[in-house]
Design a protein around this ligand. Structure first.
Ligand SMILES: NC(=O)c1ccc[n+]([C@@H]2O[C@H](COP(=O)([O-])OP(=O)(O)OC[C@H]3O[C@@H](n4cnc5c(N)ncnc54)[C@H](O)[C@@H]3O)[C@@H](O)[C@H]2O)c1
Length: 366
């Protein structure tokens, strides 16, 4: 049967978006409903500090139960004590966890499930991350004591990629077990934390940038199956530089006077993805606030003094807005084209061989 080329990208046979149930680009001008946060059990790695701690405070204030896994026991325990005294739920807990250790992470998930009032976890944020202050990857030490090149430690990859992959893998195991009976299905969500360094290079932070690009690879691959196969929504945030303990002294010097993102805007973007249970497979970038008009690609940086006439300020941007329609679908078409070429080549080869027989020449068929 002849191969049929799709008439357009929206041809239903070719509409990958429908198959994987990716939701349309996020309308960031619309308000979202935070009431869905109430009663959600949310596990956050790396929440003793920075973004994770800000997520924990905000979501707990809306009635979520917060479970934290981190290395910083003092800060983690303090935050849990604060949440217990200030938020509606008392079901918050801290657990020591090194995300690079599989056993630590298994025990984190089990402990959080045991402490959850629903005996399940509804949302996981893979937030733990580090930078390589010395940028040791592209400044190799010449020789070790045996006159050999020094092996790089790759600690950033261990935490930011291996740790995130363990968290994601365990989430895919435990999140689908959050609803008993299955008829009362609760929301299931994984929120990955990449960075602008996941979509563009960050010179002098090679290992960090590589690890955050890898998180985007994880996101882009998995979002096509996590909802379809497990009913787990998968989304990602890509913050620009934001003032947290993660910023290196060198980074602070480089960025002195330059606009940075704000923790509250990162919290806003993450909260939208966690609270709006219809968002599946989307990536949001968070940067300094800029004034824009709709479809305006020449935004101006925000300055104190409020909105300019006709323009509104925004810090959160939808990225990869149409990638399944415009990018991944292209790849599918490209692969199909290659397959068609291969089959045509196969046919051509066979025809040539028969042509050879017909002409009485030599052929492998003879
Ligand atoms: N701050 C920024 O400019 C920025 C920008 C883009 C992305 N990010 C990402 O956001 C995430 C959170 O960073 P942050 O800015 O809140 O930094 P942060 O340093 O304030 O928080 C990171 C947390 O991770 C914990 N952690 C580190 N290694 C760990 C390990 N092995 N196991 C468990 N916990 C560990 C730390 O103890 C800390 O509490 C990171 O993934 C980071 O890469 C940050």
């Amino acid at each position: 049967m002849a191969h049929q080329e799709p008439s357009s990208l929206s041809d239903s046979t070719w509409n990958v978006v429908d198959k994987i149930r990716q939701s349309p680009p996020v309308d960031l001008s619309k308000p979202y409903d935070t009431s869905t946060l109430s009663g959600k059990s949310i596990l956050i790695t790396g929440a003793a500090s920075g973004f994770g701690a800000a997520f924990a405070r905000h979501w707990a204030s809306h009635g979520a139960n917060i479970f934290i896994g981190d290395l910083n026991d003092t800060a983690g325990e303090q935050l849990i004590a604060e949440l217990r005294s200030s938020s509606p739920s008392q079901h918050h807990a801290y657990f020591h966890c090194d995300v690079t250790s599989w056993n630590d992470q298994v025990s984190l998930f089990k402990s959080a499930i045991a402490a959850s009032p629903t005996q399940g976890i509804d949302c996981v944020v893979a937030g733990a991350g580090i930078v390589d202050v010395a940028n040791s990857f592209d400044t190799p030490k010449s020789l070790d004591s045996n006159n050999e090149p020094v092996q790089p430690k790759l600690k950033v990859v261990e935490v930011n990629l291996k740790g995130v992959m363990y968290t994601t893998h365990l989430s895919l195991f435990y999140l689908p077990r959050n609803s008993t009976p299955e008829s009362e299905k609760r929301d299931r969500h994984i929120l990955l934390v990449s960075s602008v360094a996941g979509i563009m290079p960050l010179p002098s932070q090679t290992e960090y940038s590589a690890s955050k690009h890898a998180v985007m690879g994880l996101f882009r691959s998995l979002r096509s199956t996590s909802y379809m196969n497990h009913g787990v929504r998968l989304n990602v945030i890509n913050p620009y530089f934001v003032e947290t303990p993660l910023l290196t002294p060198g980074g602070r010097v480089l960025l002195a006077g330059a606009p940075k993102g704000k923790v509250e805007d990162v919290v806003d973007a993450a909260t939208r993805l966690v609270a709006d249970e219809g968002i599946v497979g989307r990536a949001l970038l968070i940067g300094p606030k800029m004034k824009v008009e709709e479809d305006d690609w020449m935004p101006s940086l925000d300055s104190p003094g409020g909105e300019e006439e006709g323009k509104r300020s925004r810090a959160v941007w939808e990225i990869y807005g149409h990638d399944y329609e415009k990018v991944e679908t292209f790849v599918w078409r490209y692969l199909t084209m290659l397959n068609v070429l291969k089959s045509v080549y196969g046919w051509k080869k066979t025809a040539m061989e028969w042509w050879g027989i017909f002409r009485g020449g030599s052929s492998s068929q003879q």
